[in-house]
Design a protein around this ligand. Sequence first.
Ligand SMILES: Nc1nc2c(ncn2[C@@H]2O[C@H](COP(=O)(O)OP(=O)(O)OP(=O)(O)O)[C@@H](O)[C@H]2O)c(=O)[nH]1
Ligand SMILES: [Mg+2]
Length: 402
Amino acid sequence: MAEAPLSPNTMFSSSHTSVMLDHICSSILSMDIIRDIEKAWKEGKLLEVVSVVRKTAETVSRMPVSIAVTGESGNGMSSFINALRRLQHEDEASAPIGVVKTTQTRGSYSSFHFPNVVLWDLPGMETTAQSLENYLNEMQFSQYDLFIIIASEQFSMNHVKLAKAIEGMGKRFYVVWTKLDRDFSTSALSNEKILQNIQENIKENLQNEGVKEPPTFLVSNFDPSLHDFPKLRNTLRIDISKIRCHSVQKIIFTICENIINESVTSLLKKIDTGGFQDVLGIQDPNNLGDCLKSYRLFFGVDDKSLKQVAQSIGKSVEEYTNIVKSQDAQTYHQESSTLSWIGNITVFYLCIGLSYIPYYGNSAAKYLNYMEQRRLLESVAKDTKTILRKVLEDFINLDEVH
Ligand SMILES: Nc1nc2c(ncn2[C@@H]2O[C@H](COP(=O)(O)OP(=O)(O)OP(=O)(O)O)[C@@H](O)[C@H]2O)c(=O)[nH]1
Ligand SMILES: [Mg+2]
């Protein structure tokens, strides 16, 4: 049994570029690409980040994806994996199957039909006694990108519980009903009616527990080309590609978010000591309009950069400027003043009393300006993250279409 590959969906700490982040990123994106992204961001060049993202297209297709096949013991999970891999049960590389409980520990399988995808054959959830929580922990549910719940003969409460748990984790899953050949040969109903009954039964059981209807496929593991198998393969290919794109998007966002956070921390320190205008080339630090312009330029979200980025993605610049709160000093003021004036005034009077104002001495106007400079910086950083997220989403959606 192979070791589990690192899941691209592992969450990162957003405070600093941690060792773990480096490790995970470098196992997925090449160090060259990571360095290029970091360099582009540090120079405030959003457009260059986009062009580096373009270079990741080849990497994306190599991104590992983990799929767990789960269900109740005997439902045909191992047989399904063999059928998906187009292997006969006698083939040496096939997953062991049997009429008695066969899969005791989870096993991983690969298939050249789905490159860089690991199919995990899980032991079935016991029909008795075993708690769902134990099963999810033992099977390491958090590490998979996609789940396939296998059912046959009946869609039981365990199937519903699995579906609910996976939905709760925000992960995608399918329901695959196997042994359709047996249903067709043992029932007096027409095949059409059987299909309809099974679909309705699955839907109803899930609906009763408030679970959204997942993609559902009805198959026979003995005929991997018939029934819903072709549709299932297609859906799987599309979803695998989406998972990969979103994983890359998440990693790139995290790399950039770390750099933004580090820049904010360092600039805030410089605002405290009064040296920030030199770093940013601000002529008049008391002029918030000047500060805003410099911050936006620093983070690469100034009008010119946004226009270039929008053009390169084929979007209108308004799609990005409209989501920005700190577009100009006036808009920023309108957005922030209602919420902040009470706070500012309180702090202002406190400061007069305590004469506690770093660098600016006890001048109230200067203090308020100092507070605005800090808040404006944080606001531009927040906007930068919002824009970056949208740019990456737009870019990846665009790539999926092509
Ligand atoms: N008729 C029919 N039998 C099937 C189908 N899929 C699996 N089986 C049979 O069901 C039995 C159990 O199949 P497995 O694939 O071992 O089931 P499993 O879910 O992996 O079971 P455990 O590993 O024991 O938990 C075997 O005898 C299979 O031949 C199918 O599509 N049609
Ligand atoms: Mg099995």
